[in-house]
Design a protein around this ligand. Structure first.
Ligand SMILES: [Fe+2]
Length: 247
């Protein structure tokens, strides 16, 4: 398991008004985890989640309010400690997160995680969207848990409209990508036969959490790094829900 980096970067600037850009992502394949078991946990929970959690918005994915994607502010599968597979996956994602910073020689920030699942049925797509272009924009990721091999495209943010030049990845279960949260991405119409299940996540810096996270959303954004220490007063865990798979 090691990261294969890719980037969108332009050449030396020849004009005072040309934009300077460099956007980075990295792919890896995680092995030795029962991804199908994690997908099944999510599929088993889907009905209850749709019924009991309020949707906010689908983040531009086009999956609509009748999806667990649109409830991303109300749960976090990476906190489902009753699943050994999820706990193992958590460790592996964290290892890749450390490798991402180490390879780029970038000091990592105190970090929190928000994670949600996407269930895509044959004929559906995940429309072109991005996660964060604010001053706090940091890193995101996604991993395919179940589904026929399908493509996911990451686009150069400077050129998504005029001449798309996507980084294309043929995803199989275990395929994971970490990428800057400002990079647009999409999954074209899914033509597989079985249900496609993936996890998406945002790594969030402490400043984002303090400035942007409303009390009602605190339950799904978790400190995930020993550097993320934050006082309980600043980061109350919110009301507990009577749903066993939400912590
Ligand atoms: Fe996304």
């Amino acid at each position: 398991m090691s990261l294969k980096f890719w980037q969108f970067q332009n050449q030396e600037l020849q004009s005072p008004f040309a934009p300077r850009y460099r956007y980075i992502g990295a792919d890896a394949v995680i092995e030795d985890i029962d991804f199908g078991a994690i997908a099944q946990l999510l599929l088993d929970a889907e009905d209850q989640m749709l019924k009991e959690l309020k949707p906010t918005h689908d983040g531009g994915t086009g999956l609509g309010l009748n999806s667990i994607t649109s409830r991303f502010m109300s749960y976090n599968p990476l906190t489902w400690t009753h699943s050994e597979d999820i706990m193992n996956l958590r460790e592996k994602i964290y290892t890749l997160y450390l490798e991402f910073h180490k390879t780029l020689k970038i000091d990592r920030q105190p970090m929190f995680v928000q994670c949600w699942a996407n269930i895509v049925r044959p004929g559906q797509e995940i429309k072109l969207h991005l996660h964060d272009i604010s001053e706090y924009s940091y890193l995101s990721g996604n991993i395919l848990l179940q589904g026929s091999p399908s493509e996911i495209l990451y686009h150069n943010p400077q050129n998504a409209l005029v001449r798309p030049e996507p980084h294309r990845i043929q995803q199989e279960p275990g395929q994971i990508t970490l990428f800057q949260s400002c990079i647009p991405h999409q999954v074209p119409e899914y033509t597989g036969e079985d249900i496609r299940v993936s996890l998406s996540f945002d790594f969030l810096i402490r400043e984002y959490v303090l400035a942007r996270v409303k009390p009602r959303n605190q339950r799904c954004i978790k400190p995930w790094d020993m550097m993320a220490e934050i006082s309980l007063e600043e980061f109350d865990d919110g009301e507990s829900l009577e749903i066993p798979w939400i912590r």
